[in-house]
Design a protein around this ligand. Sequence first.
Ligand SMILES: Nc1nc2c(c(=O)[nH]1)N[C@H]1C(S)=C(S)[C@@H](COP(=O)(O)OP(=O)(O)OC[C@H]3O[C@@H](n4cnc5c(=O)[nH]c(N)nc54)[C@H](O)[C@@H]3O)O[C@H]1N2
Ligand SMILES: Nc1nc2c(c(=O)[nH]1)N[C@H]1C(S)=C(S)[C@@H](COP(=O)(O)OP(=O)(O)OC[C@H]3O[C@@H](n4cnc5c(=O)[nH]c(N)nc54)[C@H](O)[C@@H]3O)O[C@H]1N2
Ligand SMILES: [Mo]
Length: 794
Amino acid sequence: MAKENPSVKEPDEKDIKVEDEPKDWAAGLPGVYYSMKPAIEHMGIDRTRKTVLAMNQKHGFDCPSCAWPDPDKRKAFEFCENGAKAVTWEATPVVIPSEFWAEHSITELKERTEYWLGMQGRLTEPVYKPAGEDHYRPVSWNEAFSILGNKLQSLDSADEAAFYTSGRTSNEAAFLYQLFARGFGTNNLPDCSNMCHESSGWGMGQTIGIGKATVTYDDYERADLIIIMGQNPGTNHPRMLTALEECKETGGHIVAVNPLPEAGLKRYKNPQKVKGIIGHGTEIADQFLQIRLGGDMALLQAVSKRVLDAEAKNPGTVLDHDFLDKHCEGLEDLKEHLSHLDEQEVLEATGLRTEEIDELAARYLAAERVIITWAMGITQQKKGVETIKEMINLLLLRGNIGKPGAGASPIRGHSNVQGDRTMGIWEQMPPTFMDALGKEFSFSPPRKHGADVVESILRMRDGDIKVLVALGGNLVSAVSDTTMASAAMENLEMSAQISIKLNRSHLITGKEALILPCKGRTEIDIQETGEQFVSVEDTVCAVHPSWGSVEPVAPTLLSEPAIVSRLALATLGNKLDADWAGFEKDYDLIRDHISRVVEGCEDYNTRIRQEGGFVLANGPRDSRTFNTPTGKAVLTVNALESLERPEGTLILQTLRSHDQWNTTIYGHNDRYRGIKKGRHVVMVNPEDIVELGLEDGQNVDLHGIYEDGVDRVWSKIRVVSYPTPRGCAAAYYPEANVLVPLEHVADGSNTPVSKQIIVRLTPAVDTSTDKEDFTFLARKPSEAPGTRTETVGV
Ligand SMILES: Nc1nc2c(c(=O)[nH]1)N[C@H]1C(S)=C(S)[C@@H](COP(=O)(O)OP(=O)(O)OC[C@H]3O[C@@H](n4cnc5c(=O)[nH]c(N)nc54)[C@H](O)[C@@H]3O)O[C@H]1N2
Ligand SMILES: Nc1nc2c(c(=O)[nH]1)N[C@H]1C(S)=C(S)[C@@H](COP(=O)(O)OP(=O)(O)OC[C@H]3O[C@@H](n4cnc5c(=O)[nH]c(N)nc54)[C@H](O)[C@@H]3O)O[C@H]1N2
Ligand SMILES: [Mo]
């Protein structure tokens, strides 16, 4: 079944095309076309049918794209354009041939883009790079495990190793992996969540005692109002648009808060409905607030203040006094704090007009059931944690937590990032978990907190962490400060990556390096006791099984649970009371342990087999119980602080295009934003372009400005006039990570501040190819700075 390696054409960034305007609607028939065309081209009809029809079905596999939940009643096609791209990318029959490793040196491969690397096809055999050599070479699985096991055993302390996890890993593999790391003796378990929703965990944990959404799937339909902050669902959680459409159809309203007029926030043409195909589609946002980067905390405070003012005018009629009295604390302090809120400061921080904020407050007051959802536009801000606490304040004031159609809803990214955390992938799991784990496997887990992502990179740089094992992901591209992160990786004695496809982290390596290829979620997993399934948890705490549906691309591949078990056996022998050899044969054995160690997963093997799985208990959602020191939800006081932006600079956010999955680049078109054939662009407000003395279409160098004085430069980047607020620019992640200082992190959560980087734009030093050479279609100069959607009165 394996196919020849195709020749892959990389765009040269010369032919970037920019359409006149970003699109104002998402999905519809083009979405179907763009998803099915590559699927059929790459996988053929049979594999496409087997994968696409099984995706997100009760007896199929969980889509490896985002963590958006599945409705109870599934449609025949329960997938979106980007899910289909993710599946095509994974289930492609194209494989990297054995000769590849001798033909290509690592030095040569380093020059390739992530796109080219990913397009080489699936990894099928373990490969090893010895110290001092510039090539990987195929090795047997046994050799690979003994190289890595011996290296780990040779360390002076277990804390000299770190075990990274990316959020596609199943619950079963994640549980074994954290057991292995802790059995080895360390809590150094950095994960992609440290760069993602960590701020949500902190903000929610400190206020309502749980870092997970307090809503179920059905609540979206029941809500009167959904406020979507800092999230681009049209690209990153496209199936969410169906839930938003359902909310609108039942009379609900939607407000979007975003610096960019993202297509999916404006209009949705549901490809499963007639009106989505031939009609106008559904208007999504009733109100669009085009906020400045980092302005959300001020906006939320201003709305809460208006709620409190309304209560003061009509005492007893606005706040949910029953709820506040019984379940909350901190109201008086919040009132006192907000009474001093400086309206002028709010207008400056948000860039909004007073009437816009009044309108949002009026909508909030008119609604009985309100959900606030958010993603990276909030968590990756300097004040991300406090901003989330302000969302909780606003929700608590009117009892919008723990009732149908209401709640706080962080929308997770990776399809099982939430489950991995539930299974113990966290550098600071609480003592209750450690006690249960130790008891189950007869050992004493380490209690000292481990290193998160940023801390791990620092310790790698300093030589304190010497071995990095990564279960999925692409750490060197995903983390901030590419130059520093690369140096840290290269300072390792050994790096080992468990992966499905080639990426940069396989090329920026420790002195010795290993790649261990694994089966993907789409692939059938047959073990000694028969066909196995794994389980995952979505963004609303629903846990369900995932069964592979196509033949693995190569018989040499091992599953993730098998790789972790064999590695543990090679490293730990029988140090723990754990049947490593048995786990690989029968995943029920793993789930039996999970049921005794992980709170809420009791009787796991039975409940996971119920139709559609089960939903984990959630105190705030189910019974308004709050696991805080006092047992009450906490209204908090958070000081506003604005980011200083020196004259002549812009604040830059880094974000995803429509054609990528994190560091995986599927293609070079950001269809909804109308930017095509290239990714080296910086989107800038047209008035800022003029004020900075630049021109639309010009090449610039971006300099990251930070207090450490280091000049971080990203060169030869095309200026694209774009309707973003004044002073706020945007560029694509992961390329723009060269500009993000490693130590520029969100207060409290230590998450890299990927959405608020101060940059200076200077004409490109390298003018070897200037813009006359390009077929560049500049945006019309008359383009209005911010395309505000007309707002609808309440
Ligand atoms: N197709 C696809 N799906 C994905 C991913 C992918 O790469 N591709 N990645 C997955 C992962 S891991 C994650 S975490 C999610 C990410 O999902 P998103 O959070 O939607 O991802 P980003 O592209 O980072 O978009 C951030 C959005 O926040 C806005 N924003 C930026 N700064 C601010 C701000 O200060 N305030 C406000 N209000 N808005 C702001 C941006 O304009 C943008 O619309 O998606 C997941 N799903
Ligand atoms: N500047 C900036 N930086 C960011 C962000 C941002 O918005 N801006 N976003 C951050 C966020 S939200 C996240 S989540 C991180 C993402 O960080 P990571 O999770 O580390 O990165 P990914 O690109 O998702 O990882 C892709 C790789 O995972 C491997 N892979 C895919 N599927 C599987 C599988 O089933 N099993 C195994 N073992 N491997 C698999 C493939 O080899 C692929 O190359 O990046 C963060 N970095
Ligand atoms: Mo993420």
